[in-house]
Write a protein that binds this ligand. Structure first.
Ligand SMILES: Cc1ncc(COP(=O)(O)O)c(C=O)c1O
Length: 463
């Protein structure tokens, strides 16, 4: 008899019986490279509990979360209000996905989102960021009757086939073509955009107001100028706010740092507080009228899992928490404090070449240091692989200080900080002290290199 067969289902017992088995099971049945990479860089912890901005592993160690599940835990992990909303939604035994009804929760969440996005009138709910992007691409093509979409170098909009067509990194695209007709322009290049628009076949420009890869921003005024130019040529502006939306940059939407109303806006990640996969596309009314132009076309763009009660309940609770706890303002204030402290550090450590970003989306870029010893290690690493230094900083922050961060993309010396929006002075101090210690060692020479090498070797021996 198979384990648990005929014994009902007991989740706590199942987890207890398989404590520590995650990596082996993942390697056997899912992406085999995932556990290999995590073993190699020494990130192979087993987390058992999480609260706010902290994770706890099976040995009881505390980790500070400056990654927030790639940005989903805006309100922090296991937030009591969002958890309660989910418990309530289950306990009410609601009739979810009847498919032939219109329950109130999607309408209520759409109303609350649109109230924060003046000028946008309708919402399509789905289950992920890439699905929101797919929806925006389809709606833009349908509304304009054109096929080509412009995107920016280094853009990241998801990895399904349509979203991949507007991905600005060759490494993601390789092996999956041919994709949709598309053309990239340098971020912030209005002349390049104008040249493409003159060909008359462009449906839209899709852009992240702050790029997830590299944390680059278009110059001030670009979004507004691009919107004007697009409209003059009958094309649309899609702002992808999957990562930047819901307060991450210190405004509810990052495009709101400028005087512009995009035609389409995508969100996902933090919308359900990190509990239920969810995505949404917000748009101007006439775009929806083109797509859903008659009763015949009611299902022309749809998905089985649109507007599920768990996602909607968590979404409504998340918006309430963002408001009640002032998390958007906190992202602006705490982000500013964190950036100021890190910028001061850039004056002390020349290997820290740039500190940039908005709110609690911060990029730290490294560059060639001046001291001979540090420069020698830097050159050696650049020869081995561009991006290795940033990876070593991420590993040092994790191994020495138990802080979870990520590199901001392949082949670039940038790390990205996207902590929960509820962090405060304690976490700013904790991070800056730890980062200062890592920079101090890196500036003195090869400490980081040896430590990283040791981790790789140790893990290889263990593996
Ligand atoms: C700007 C942006 N768009 C789209 C996506 C894709 O979202 P998902 O991973 O939910 O498909 C991401 C994911 O990181 C993103 O950052």
């Amino acid at each position: 008899m198979r384990e648990n067969e005929g014994m009902g289902f007991d989740l706590p017992a199942l987890l207890a019986a398989h404590r520590g088995d995650g990596y082996e099971l993942y390697g056997r049945y899912l992406n085999p490279q995932q556990p290999k990479v995590l073993h190699a860089i020494g990130f192979d912890r087993t987390y058992e509990r999480a609260e706010g901005a902290y994770l706890y592993d099976s040995e009881g160690h505390q980790y500070t979360d400056f990654l927030a599940g790639f940005g989903v835990f805006a309100a922090g992990r296991n937030h009591p209000v969002i958890r309660q909303a989910l418990h309530d939604a289950l306990d009410l035994h609601l009739a979810d996905w009847t498919q032939f009804d219109c329950g109130p929760l999607p309408g209520l969440l759409a109303e609350k989102l649109l109230a924060r996005a003046p000028g946008l009138e309708r919402v399509f709910f789905c289950s992920s960021g890439t699905e929101a992007v797919e929806s925006a691409l389809k709606f833009a093509r349908c509304a304009t009757g054109r096929g080509r979409v412009i995107y920016c170098d280094h853009a990241f909009h998801g990895l399904t086939a349509g979203s991949l067509s507007v991905n600005g990194s060759a490494e993601f695209r390789r092996g999956f073509g041919p994709l949709l007709p598309d053309t990239s322009i340098p971020l912030g290049d209005l002349d390049a955009l104008a040249a493409e628009l003159r060909r008359g076949d462009v449906a839209a420009l899709i852009i992240e107001p702050v790029q997830g890869k590299g944390v680059h921003m278009p110059p001030p005024g670009f979004l507004a100028a691009a919107s004007e130019l697009l409209h003059a040529h009958g094309a649309l502006l899609i702002c992808d706010e999957v990562q930047t939306g819901l307060g991450r940059t210190g405004k509810f939407f990052a495009y709101q740092h400028e005087q512009v109303v995009p035609d389409l806006v995508t969100v996902a990640k933090a919308l359900s507080g990190g509990y239920v996969p969810v995505g949404a596309m917000l748009a101007k009314g006439p775009i929806f009228e083109k797509v859903y132009s008659s009763m015949d076309r009611v299902m022309v763009h749809s998905t089985t899992f649109k507007g599920g009660v768990l996602a909607m309940a968590a979404g409504l609770a998340s918006l309430a928490v963002l408001d009640d706890e002032g998390l958007v303002d906190n992202a602006a204030r705490t982000g500013e404090a964190l950036r100021a402290a890190l910028t001061a550090m850039a004056e002390r450590y020349d290997v820290l070449a740039d500190v940039r970003g908005r709110g609690l989306m911060i990029g730290l870029e490294f560059g060639k240091p001046s001291s001979l010893r540090a420069r020698t290690s830097w050159n050696m690493l650049q020869k081995a692989r561009v991006g290795l230094f940033a990876q070593m900083v991420v590993v040092a922050l994790f191994q020495r200080h138990r802080i979870l961060t990520q590199v901001s993309g392949d082949h670039m010396e940038v790390i990205k900080l996207i902590p929960p929006l509820m962090i405060g002075d304690t976490e700013v101090k904790l991070f800056t002290e730890a980062f200062g210690e890592v920079m101090e060692g890196a500036s003195r020479g090869s400490g980081l290199v040896w430590e990283f090498g040791r981790t790789l070797v140790k893990q290889a021996v263990r593996g």
